[in-house]
Design a protein around this ligand. Sequence first.
Ligand code: ZN
Length: 98
Amino acid sequence: MARRRTPPRRQRPPSPPPVLVRVEIGPDGHEYEVRPVAAIRAVKTYRCPGCDHEIRSGIAHVVVWPVDAPHAGVEDRRHWHTACWGSRATRGPTRKWS
Ligand SMILES: [Zn+2]
């Protein structure tokens, strides 16, 4: 009686490390790199362009900057509330309410 061999386990290809930087279309139609800012890294108060409210230090949020300006200065980066960035597409009036 032949012993059944355990079939060798297929080796999964190593999954790539999670990419933290992603490219998304901003509210103006341009592509932006989006990078989450952990609460511990948020040491300054920023103003969110989405809601025009402050992002207090210690609040996790996202920072975005145009992909066609990879060497854009810190001034060119925009800090958004994560929720505001996520709903940026629906924020602007896409149709007129009369
Ligand atoms: Zn906001």
